[in-house]
Design a protein around this ligand. Structure first.
Ligand SMILES: [Zn+2]
Ligand SMILES: [Zn+2]
Length: 258
């Protein structure tokens, strides 16, 4: 039977806000003893007056790494600490929230998945907040559960950075491969704002290459878009749509109110 606090992962998110605007990640001591009280440098005196490393030491190191993963996601601050409990089935006045059950059912699957899924998620429809929230909750949940890097890729900004990298006069720009390659490799990624109406063929093709790379490597990818499905189906002469159909579950967010 798994621990009801950390689900056996050793680290959990405590949503109690003691300072700042969000809760914090914490170690769960269901599997290790702690004699140091959680105080750095995590050492204690044993009964024979030897100063020893506390058994919690490696878990505290892991917590530090997971905190760093969350710092590095690139997710907007307002979505960075969203987890399953933020999918409230009701509005603040107690009225039921239309579509909440569907969103909760989708998110629940990711709380119990035994590994990072290969099949991604494509969230579309005109509910911008809802897509970002549901996507972020699943993204954060998987990062916390599997303690692997996840990144948010804002399509327009990413393409702009790639364009800058081609400019020989721009000495501040990273190399093209430094911008293109890592997003193909991140174990968990969320591609936000797939809104390519005014983009060039080059941009669409580049985005296709990114998604195709992630698909070929079975990397879990969440994609959100405000475009109607019909517009998505025409991107890159239909190739992006076909790819997304293969690699993602499609979820329409029009009737889900968050
Ligand atoms: Zn636990
Ligand atoms: Zn300890």
């Amino acid at each position: 039977m798994n621990c009801s606090i950390c689900n056996g992962d050793g680290i959990y998110y405590d949503d109690h806000v003691s300072q700042g605007s969000h809760g914090q990640l914490k170690c769960c001591l269901c599997k290790v003893d702690c004699f140091c009280g959680g105080r750095y440098p995590y050492r204690y005196w044993d009964d024979d007056h030897n100063n020893r490393w506390c058994p919690c030491w490696s878990l505290r190191q892991r917590l530090r790494r997971v905190n760093q993963l969350f710092d590095d996601t690139g997710l907007d601050e307002s979505y960075r600490w969203k987890f399953f409990d933020d999918l409230s089935p009701n509005f603040p006045d107690g009225q039921p929230r239309p579509g909440a059950e569907g969103a909760i059912r989708i998110a629940e699957k990711y709380l119990i998945t035994p590994r990072i899924p290969e099949r991604g998620l494509f969230l579309y429809g005109n509910n911008k907040e809802g897509k970002a929230l549901l996507g972020a909750i699943i993204f954060n949940t998987l990062m916390l559960r599997f303690q692997k890097p996840g990144r948010f890729i804002e399509t327009t900004a990413w393409l702009d950075a790639l364009r800058d990298s081609f400019d020989p006069d721009n000495q501040w720009s990273k190399k093209t491969c430094e911008i293109f390659d890592p997003p193909c490799e991140w174990p968990i990624a969320m591609i936000g704002n797939l809104a390519m109406k005014k983009e060039t063929d080059w941009a669409k093709e580049t985005l296709y290459q990114l998604i195709d790379n992630r698909y070929a490597n079975l990397r879990f990818t969440i994609v959100t878009t405000n475009l109607p499905l019909e517009a998505v189906s025409k991107l890159c002469r239909g190739r992006i749509f076909l790819l997304l159909r293969e690699m993602c579950q499609f979820v329409e967010m029009n009737k889900i109110y968050y």
